[in-house]
Every structure is written in C-alpha cells, then in structure tokens.
Design a protein around this ligand. Structure first.
Ligand SMILES: Cc1ncc(COP(=O)(O)O)c(C=O)c1O
Length: 422
C-alpha cells in the first residue's frame, strides 16, 4: 500500500489521544510529565487536546525564541525541505557556512562546528579543549575545571562535567578528567589550581555557564569571571563558556558573556539557536581551532534544514530588534515578580536572572515546592518550569508582549494570594 498523505500516519485518532497513558507504555520511563497533552501553538500560546489554552513561559525549555508556528520558520522549513534537507558532511553545505559566518560575525569566535543538541555541543568543546592541551601543552591527562551546581548535559562526559551528584550517582564510572569548584568563588578556584598543578601543569580549561540555569538561575559575578579570564590567560588554558541556554539573545544581550565583560575561547550554544528545531554549535577562536579531519563529526550536524531555520531565527532576532524586547519585557517581569515577592515574603526569598531567563526563588523552609507552584499555574493556564531545589524558571519566547507578561504576573499574584488566604 502506498502512503498518499502523512495525515494518516501523524494524526492521532481521538481514541489514541485519550489512551495517552497506553501510548506512554511504549516509552522508556525517563520523564515525569505534567498531566496535559499539548496539540498546537501560536506565538506565546499553546492549546491542549481538550482545547484548553496556556500562556507558554516554558517555551520548550527556553528553545522556542520566536514562539510557536512562526510564519517565517514555517516558510524556511517548507522551502528548504522541498529542496534538500540532509546530505551528511561528506559534501559541502553552503547554508552551514552561511550560518557559521553569521555566528562568527555576531560573536568573539572564528570557527564553528555544528551538532544537534546542547550535550553534543559541550562534548565537542570538551574534546577540543583536551586536544588543545595535549597538542599545544603536551598534557597527557588534561583536567577540565567545572562548577558545583552546573549543568552541561546528559551524555557521559557532559554528565561528568555537570557538578551535581544527583545526575551522576547511578551512572558511574564517570569520565576521568574533571574537577569541581564552587561557582563565583575566587579563593576556591585559586586553591584548586594550586592543588591540581602542584607537580606539573595539568589543567586544560575552565568550563562555566555565564548564568547557571538548571542549577537554580544563578548569574555569574562580573569580578569572578574577569578573574577567571585573567587566570586562564596567565596559565595559557582555555575558558569554555556553556551558553546552551543563555546564548542567542535570551539574556538580553546576544551572549551571556557580554554581561560579564569577558570573551571565551570556546563557546557552546543550542536551545534558542534553531528556535526549537534541534541544532547545536561549538564556536572557538582561531588559536584553539586544533581539530583536523577525522577528529570529530556528526551525521546530522549542520544539515541544510536546521541551518536554514537557524539563519531565519537569527535574522529575525536582529530585524525585529528582539534584544530590546527581551530587555524591556525582562525588566517588566522582574519588577512585577519583585512586587509579588514583597507582598508574599513568607513564600518568596529571592528573584534572579537576566533578560528573559529569570528565577523566582522560594523560601527553602516554606512547605511550598516549585512543583506545587508550577502545577498551580498550569491549572490556571500558565506554563512555567521548576529548576534545582527552590527555583521556578520563567523563559517565555523572546517575542513575548507586555500584555502577555502582565497576564502571567496576574496568574502568579492570584496563586500566592489564594495560598496566603488559606
Ligand atoms: C547550560 C546547559 N548546557 C547543556 C544543556 C544540555 O542541552 P541538551 O538537553 O540540548 O543536550 C542544557 C540543557 O538544559 C543547559 O541548560
């Protein structure tokens, strides 16, 4: 039988949707999911299969920068898939070069390698830093310093780089060559460098997020990052910045590192790059562009379809002046959350963030958990995300309007008001 239309394959019957629990039985049990099934979206809004509408401040975990069903992204996908969507890296891919050129022109880096996700982009960075240490500094067993509470991915090397035992405990033996220090702590970094380099230099790189997202929305300190940069220069080691979440406008500047007055030697990005279409990138400065043919690769990385969409996302970001929207809406959101925090100090301890990557931090001793709040806002039509321990994360699409931010604030206000009246 020939398939005439994908509708018969991809469209779920009403019975199949209602039997969602049964369909989940075919999946590995890796995710704890909220009890809704989203069916379609437009801009900052999504609808579930029951027809309920939600304001989406989760945005595919900070990926859908241009929102849902963006007409320019639809056009980019449609045009490119009609021409060519995947050829592998056996052949030249001009769109890959065009996207790399665009990234280079809008960053401090000179070269780009494309992959498909944040974890892969960080794997690439780790390999590049190791090869640099081995070939330039003749370090046999290079060490990469990362931070406690960091998050760099779920592959074995990036899981090891991630300074949080809870993600690692069932997956030992981990990958050798990582050492953890407290984030934003200069004295602890100095101590670690002294301890590690005691006999002979062995450090390849320091790898950090400019703002720790999954770790609870902790922005980096300016003085710390400037010190880290100086130490890297003095030691001749690399500064790797993981901007998987902060990159491409989410922080209100093009890159998170612009908040900190430093430039990385290696820079990784994924989430917002494709506006929700999977693509990751590892950028580096020319002096550490040490990969040769055969050192690294990816079957899908930098395919024409993903590159066409990422170019569209990037160009729209600039043409629509979205950075200024991110700054203004971020400020509006933080001001509103601050007022709510002032009204309900029994629940709310702090507010942290940059641009449209913000965390409302609950009091650790409150009986309320972030999951309680996120479930309550979901019931009221607002999607948010929990992060480490006490933080609730707000990461709406970068196109969010003032009206939509006000609507989200109203939902939060009402939830805390009802909690305090019970
Ligand atoms: C800073 C950071 N690095 C890496 C990753 C891993 O990205 P992915 O899930 O695309 O592999 C994430 C994902 O949340 C992240 O926030």
């Amino acid at each position: 039988m020939k398939v005439k239309s994908c509708a018969s394959i991809n469209t779920l019957s009403k019975e199949e949707v209602l039997e969602q629990d049964n369909l989940d039985n075919y999946l590995m049990t890796t995710y704890r999911r909220y009890p809704i099934t989203l069916e379609r979206g437009a801009g900052c809004w999504v609808w579930d299969v029951e027809g309920r509408q939600y304001l989406d401040f989760a945005a595919g975990i900070a990926t859908c920068s241009l929102g849902h069903a963006n007409p320019l992204m639809i056009e980019a996908v449609t045009q490119q898939i009609q021409k060519l969507h995947q050829v592998s890296n056996l052949y030249h891919i001009p769109l890959q070069g065009k996207l790399a050129k665009w990234l280079v022109e809008h960053s401090c880096c000179d070269r780009v390698f494309f992959s498909n996700s944040g974890g892969e982009a960080n794997e690439t960075a780790i390999k590049l830093a190791r090869k640099y240490a081995k070939t330039i500094h003749q370090i046999e067993n290079p060490i990469i310093i990362t931070a406690h509470n960091s998050f760099h991915g779920r592959t074995l090397a990036t899981l090891t780089a991630t300074g949080q035992g809870k993600y690692q405990k069932d997956f030992t033996p981990l990958v050798p060559g990582f050492y953890y220090v407290p984030y934003n702590n200069i004295a602890a970094l100095d101590q670690a460098i002294n301890d590690l380099n005691q006999d002979e230099p062995c450090i390849a790189a320091i790898m950090l997020e400019p703002l720790q997202g999954e770790g609870g929305v902790h922005p980096g300190d300016l003085s710390y990052f400037q010190y880290v940069r100086q130490r890297c220069d003095d030691l001749g080691i690399l500064l790797v910045l993981d901007e998987i979440q902060t990159g491409i406008g989410r922080s209100g500047t093009f890159w998170g590192y612009q908040h900190l007055g430093v430039e990385p030697d290696i820079l990784t990005v994924a989430k917002g790059l494709g506006g929700g279409i999977p693509i990751g990138a590892t950028l580096c400065k020319e002096f550490c562009n040490v990969f040769g043919p055969g050192d690294h690769g990816s079957t899908f990385g930098g395919n024409p379809l993903a590159c066409a969409v990422a170019l569209t996302v990037g160009q729209t970001l600039l043409a629509d002046n979205l950075l200024s929207n991110v700054q203004q809406r971020g400020e509006q959101l933080r001001n509103g959350l601050k007022q709510i925090g002032d009204r309900y100090p029994q629940y709310i301890q702090d507010l942290r963030g940059w641009g449209l990557l913000n965390g409302l931090i609950l009091k650790p001793n409150s009986t309320l958990t972030p999951t309680d709040i996120v479930q309550a806002t979901l019931n009221k039509g607002l999607l948010l995300i929990t992060t480490n321990l006490h933080a609730i994360r707000f990461v709406p699409p970068l196109i969010v309007t003032a009206e939509e931010v006000s609507q989200a604030l109203l939902v939060i206000e009402r939830i805390f008001a009802s909690l305090s009246s019970t």
